[in-house]
Ligand binder design. Structure first.
Ligand SMILES: [Zn+2]
Length: 288
């Protein structure tokens, strides 16, 4: 029986909706088991997991290991960093003692040695917390129900890495379960105020589909000056060649009357490696 591969990326709000569409019959998950990938490391995947990486993982589990199941989720540091790898309503394969009644969630990274509470590891952690909070809500599991792979008596792995602490994750998941969805995903007539960590306010913010958007070039020029910009002919994507020689592609949310492309704040911030922090109706962008 082949692995029921899905291979779709979700933002947290999209993942919440996806979870709501699933019903369970033969597989009845009761908790989440948390893992890290170990290999690949976070450093070896500078842009997260691509579709090709996911297909390679599928081939590895299915053809090399001969498994008929896999971890359910992979998590990376992108804004749409919740990846459904295999069907959530089917039993997975990820921890001998916990396969029968848990979902397996794999965080991209090697957290015996890579940073988990700063930089990109911090973004992976936040995506994992959001995903697990939503999974728990879906099945009425408590934050304390979380297991680490290393809790399995049948493994001697340190997975999900010694830098990942159970009490810290449980506390974050508990607060995640009490939170409303992330504000840039929520419909709201009142615009959000957006500031740089220097205190400078970004004044041109429009809501599109309930999410804050900014002029892509204008915001990037402010937070990561230099480089060049190109809008594709269908006006759906901006390619940004950064001053340090990187190439980033940002989705266009809308084109304004002057023909300038606007993008979602979360996407622009991610491309510039800025963290989006929210406090009430105030968003602060901080360099990672
Ligand atoms: Zn593991």
């Amino acid at each position: 029986m082949p692995i029921s591969f899905v291979g779709r990326r979700f933002r947290p709000d999209e993942f919440d909706a996806y979870l709501g569409s699933i019903s369970f019959s033969d597989f009845q998950p009761e908790f989440v088991t948390l893992h890290h990938t170990g290999a690949p490391t976070l450093a070896s995947r500078p842009d997260g997991l691509t579709d090709q990486h996911l297909r390679n993982l599928l081939a590895y589990y299915q053809d090399e290991l001969g498994w008929n199941g896999a971890p359910h989720l992979f998590i990376d540091d992108r804004t749409d960093g919740i990846i459904v790898f295999q069907r959530l309503d089917k039993r997975g394969v990820h921890a001998v003692s916990f396969n029968r009644n848990s979902w397996g969630v794999e965080m991209l990274g090697e957290y015996d040695s890579e940073e988990f509470n700063t930089g990109r590891g911090d973004l992976v952690r936040d995506n994992a917390v959001r995903a697990i909070a939503l999974l728990n809500k879906r099945i009425n599991a408590t934050p304390e129900s979380l297991k680490f792979h290393r809790d399995d008596p049948q493994t001697n792995k340190t997975c999900p890495g010694m830098r990942v602490q159970k009490a810290d994750m449980v506390a974050r998941i508990a607060s995640g379960m009490n939170q409303s969805p992330p504000p840039d995903m929520v419909s709201n007539a009142t615009p959000w105020k957006v500031f740089l960590s220097t205190g400078l306010e970004i004044r041109l913010v429009h809501m599109v589909g309930g999410r804050p958007t900014c002029r892509i070039k204008e915001l990037l020029t402010l937070i990561r000056p230099g480089g060049s910009y190109a809008l594709n002919t269908s006006k759906t994507k901006v390619t940004w060649n950064t001053s340090t020689g990187n190439v980033k592609v940002i989705n266009v949310a809308q084109i304004d009357e002057k023909g300038s492309p606007w993008g979602f704040l979360a996407d622009i911030a991610a491309a510039a490696r800025y963290k989006v922090q929210v406090n009430g109706k105030v968003i602060t962008l901080t360099k990672i």
